[in-house]
Every structure is written in structure tokens, then in C-alpha cells.
Design a protein around this ligand. Structure first.
Ligand code: C2O
Ligand code: CU
Length: 516
């Protein structure tokens, strides 16, 4: 875990910038809550003090297909468009190898940890059994350097997912890979499929993610102009906090979206100077499976000269919705269908609110023509950009109508100066787990009490937004609230956290426990 930043209850600066606490600040609340919860059981909230031992081996049930895979996590040197970086990756590849199965299959994935550190794998978005969820101290022991661990689980729901460690800020190294669960009953009305993995890259460029986190804590956030993108401090003034959903288009919704200044942004492990080239024939229908594996970057995605039809969000079907561009937060996935024109087109993922490091780009080629430049700027990037949480659910993806049996509050809190982030009054390990009883419909009233945007992620379940839209990761703009409903149908101890990995590691996590 991160070094404990001292909890301070007062703000010293009279200047209330976006970087400071605005309302319900974590510092102030933390003092009271920490004092009030000295009776909480140490380790209960997930500090690695519980031990689990080796997982009990499982077998597929009769008739269940077995999908086996071995992954090696190890240090590697990678060439990023002529620049060599040393990093950690699965099988030495960026992104790591695809894990693919059909819904209902039994997955057995062995991880060989050849890293000089403990690690785990979390199967992001998969509604799997708790013991395979990959959270050290909560669902398993950390996998120590030089040892192996076998993950066995059934993946029940088709969709686009990914996997990554749940240790420290390892996600911001090269340790991530796509995971696709196919629907054996889906016709698949498209000619080709492209997996598009987005990332922000800093590892091995003279620093590491661990050093980045240390510096954020030591400096109390980025140097001015860093991840802030030079946005105007007064920009909150005109915002209607109660109805972000109805905000006028053209207003950047996320205000302040990241803390880290990255030198590169990647699509499928490649920088714009050596882009991935995706080829097909003119007129073909392609399914894009876009995954944001970045640690600190929200992207705006557009394919030059094309409209996209968004079909799925976080693995769940939506009412097909046409867009020229869409936002994707860290940990989110969107599937889209596009009918390709004839020629060469830039697929661009532009980092929201970041002014250095350029953008991520891949080349879509169906005909002749020269490749787009690294600064290619599809017009749709500056048009109306779709906000994923405003999508409507497909009928098939809706939870059955039901009133909540229980309601809990979840406050996202924190500040850049000092760099401390938490939930419900304290950082993870000091906050009280949320609880639910098996079988309940739980409503979580989530409120972002900070001046940054956070992608809120839930393990082991998906939740429904008030519209019925099903997701496991949702972007929450500054001061935005969502009532999110989940069915407690997967017993165990689960995490809820911000998917900005630096925020999560600084403490912006909480456990969700099933009460017995
Ligand atoms: Cu991808 Cu706990 O997260
Ligand atoms: Cu966050």
C-alpha cells in the first residue's frame, strides 16, 4: 500500500482551486471518521493481513468446456517507436496475450510470476467467484516473486473485458491484456473484429509508476500545467451539478481528469510514430472492442470519416446509438459497429484535458493512400461527444424491476494537495466496508465530492444506473451523483474503487462485504 499521507483536517490556502477540497473534503471528514472507527477490526477492510493459502483446485462441471492458458509476468524491454523502455508485461507483449472463451466456459489460467515483486491478476468486469478475483488480502495471498498461481473460474457473461494486477500501481506498467467472452448464441452481424486497447505510457522513460506515485504524494499533486491541461480554474462556475446528464454539449464534462503527465499514448501497445495498422475491405462491417487500460487518462475516441454505432458498454448491450466520437474512462469498455469506407483513416484516442504527450492513433486501411499523420484530428473529436452513462440499456440487459431492499451511501473524497483520496471519510484500510445481504437489491447512492472526475468500478457484479444502463465502471464528473443498483447474487468480499490507479492506491477504495 502507499505511504500513509498525514491526515490533515484544515486547508491552509484560502484559494479554493479545483485541486483542493471543495465540499465534504476528505481531510475534514477523515479526522472525524477515523476517530470514530478505532474499533474496526484491523485487516478487515482488506489490508493484506488475512491469509488464504493455495486455492482449492476446481474442475469443470460435466459438459463444461475447459479453456486453459499460461501467462508469464516478467520484466521486458519494448520498442515504442524507436524508444526502448524497460517495463513489466505478460509474456513480454504489449498488450499481453488475449484470453478468449465463450460464456459458461471454465477458465484455468496459470500465472508464472517472474517479476521482482508480488502480483495478482484481477479479471476486470467478470462476474466470477470471489476466490478468483485477484485482490491480495481480500480474496487471495499475493503471488510472490518466483511462484505460480492458478486462477479457475467460470465466466458467465459475454462481452469485452480485460485483466491486470491488483497490486500497487502495476497496472501502469505493461501488465494488461484483453479478455473476450463470446456469446455462443450471437449471430455476430459483422465481417471482422478489432480489439483496440488504449493506454497512457510512462514506465521506463526515466521513471516508474511507483516513482510517479511517490512524487505525487511528496509534491501534493502534479506541478502546475501537468495533467491539468491548462484548463481554467473558474470552469466549474457555470456547471449545473444536479443535472450533468442534461448539460449542454460542447462543455467539457470532466473538468479535471488526470494527475500524471505522460510522454506517450498507445493503441495496442504502439505509439503514433509506429501505429498499429488495422486492415479490412471497403464496405465491411467491423466490430470495434475498445478497452481503456490507461491508469490516469480519459480518452475521446473517433474514427476519421466514420460514424460509429455503439452496441455495448462494459459487456452489456445498449440501444444501438450512433456517435461521431465517445468518451471512455479508465476501466470502461465500449463496443461499436462501423461500416468502413474506402481509403486510409485515423482511429484516434485523444487524452482528455492533457496538453502534452500527443494522442494515441491507429491506422485503419481499406485501400491505398498515405497514412495519417501523428496529429490527425478527425472533425468529430471537437463535435458532440457521446457520454457513455447517457446510453440507454437494451431490454435484454435490464435488471428486473424491483425496489431496493437496502441503501448505502458512498462518498468519493479527496484532494490533490495533499495528495490523498478516500471513500466514506477515510482511505482504504481505515474506512468501514459497505455491507449487503445475499439476495438483496442494494442501492448505492454514490456522490463525487471532489473536483476531479473518477471512474467508479465495482468488482464481481454489474450495477444499473437509474436509466437501467448496466455497467461495472462509470465516469463520475465533479460533484456528480448516481444511484446505482446491484443484485447481491455473488457472495464474497469485493472492491469498489476509483479506476484511476493512483487514486486507488492512495486510498480511493472501499470493500463491499456480504453479511452473514
Ligand atoms: Cu480493473 Cu479493481 O479493477
Ligand atoms: Cu479517482
Amino acid at each position: 500500500m502507499a505511504t500513509d499521507p498525514t491526515v490533515k483536517g484544515t486547508m491552509t490556502s484560502p484559494l479554493l482551486s479545483r485541486r483542493n477540497i471543495l465540499l465534504g473534503g476528505f481531510g475534514i471528514a477523515a479526522t472525524a471518521t477515523v476517530a470514530a472507527c478505532t474499533t474496526s477490526v484491523p485487516g478487515k477492510a482488506g489490508m493484506p493481513s488475512r491469509t488464504f493459502g493455495a486455492p482449492a483446485p476446481l474442475s469443470p462441471s460435466p459438459g463444461q468446456r475447459l479453456v486453459e492458458k499460461t501467462l508469464v509476468a516478467k520484466p521486458v524491454s519494448l520498442d515504442l517507436g524507436g524508444r526502448t523502455v524497460s517495463t513489466w508485461a505478460y509474456d513480454g507483449k504489449l498488450p499481453g496475450p488475449l484470453v478468449r472463451a465463450s460464456s459458461g466456459d471454465f477458465l484455468r489460467v496459470s500465472l508464472d510470476n517472474q517479476l521482482p515483486a508480488d502480483t495478482t491478476i484481477h479479471w476486470h468486469g467478470i462476474r466470477l467467484r470471489n476466490a478468483a478475483d485477484g485482490v491480495p488480502g481480500l480474496t487471495q495471498d499475493p503471488i510472490s516473486s518466483g511462484t505460480k498461481y492458478v486462477y479457475e473460474f467460470t465466466a458467465p457473461d459475454p462481452g469485452t473485458y480485460f485483466f491486470h494486477p491488483h497490486v500497487g500501481v502495476q497496472l501502469d506498467r505493461g501488465l494488461y491484456a484483453p479478455m473476450i467472452i463470446d456469446d455462443p448464441n450471437e449471430a455476430g452481424d459483422y465481417d471482422a473484429e478489432w480489439i483496440v486497447v488504449l493506454d497512457d505510457w510512462i514506465d521506463g522513460t526515466g521513471t516508474t509508476p511507483d516513482d510517479v506515485l511517490k512524487k505525487l504524494i511528496a509534491d501534493g499533486g502534479p506541478a502546475s500545467g501537468g495533467g491539468m491541461g491548462g484548463m481554467d480554474h473558474g470552469s466549474m462556475g457555470g456547471m449545473d451539478h444536479g443535472s450533468m446528464g442534461g448539460m449542454s454539449m460542447g462543455t467539457p464534462p470532466w473538468v479535471d481528469a488526470g494527475d500524471v503527465t505522460y510522454p506517450f499514448f498507445l493503441i495496442n501497445g504502439k505509439p503514433p510514430t509506429d501505429p498499429d495498422v488495422l486492415t479490412a475491405k471497403p464496405g465491411q462491417r467491423v466490430r470495434l472492442r475498445v478497452i481503456n487500460a490507461a491508469s490516469d487518462t480519459i480518452f475521446t475516441v473517433a474514427l476519421g470519416g466514420h460514424r460509429l454505432t455503439i452496441t455495448d458498454s462494459d459487456g452489456h448491450a445498449v440501444e444501438p446509438t450512433e456517435a461521431g466520437a465517445f468518451y471512455i474512462g479508465m476501466g470502461e469498455r465500449y463496443d461499436a459497429i462501423v461500416t468502413l469506407g474506402d481509403g486510409v483513416f485515423p482511429l484516434v484516442a485523444r487524452p482528455f484535458g492533457k496538453t502534452s504527450g500527443g494522442q494515441a492513433i491507429a491506422v485503419v486501411r481499406t485501400g491505398s493512400g498515405s497514412a495519417p499523420g501523428v496529429d490527425a484530428a478527425p472533425a468529430d473529436l471537437s463535435g458532440q461527444v457521446l457520454i457513455g452513462s447517457q446510453l440507454r440499456p437494451a431490454e435484454s440487459a435490464k435488471l428486473p424491476d424491483r425496489a431496493p431492499d437496502a441503501t448505502v451511501d458512498l462518498a468519493l473524497q479527496g484532494s490533490m494537495k495533499p495528495y490523498q483520496w478516500g471513500m466514506n471519510g477515510a482511505k482504504f484500510g481505515e474506512n468501514e466496508p459497505l455491507t449487503v445481504k445475499a439476495g438483496q437489491r442494494l442501492r448505492i447512492n454514490a456522490t463525487n465530492q471532489t473536483m476531479m472526475t473518477h471512474p467508479l468500478h465495482l468488482h464481481g457484479h454489474t450495477f444499473a444506473l437509474p436509466s437501467g444502463l448496466r455497467k461495472d465502471t462509470v465516469l463520475m464528473a465533479p460533484m456528480q451523483s448516481f444511484a446505482i443498483d446491484l443484485d447481491a447474487d455473488n457472495a464474497g468480499d469485493w472492491m469498489i474503487h476509483c479506476h484511476n490507479i493512483y487514486h486507488a492506491e492512495a486510498g480511493m477504495m472501499i470493500a463491499l462485504e456480504y453479511a452473514t
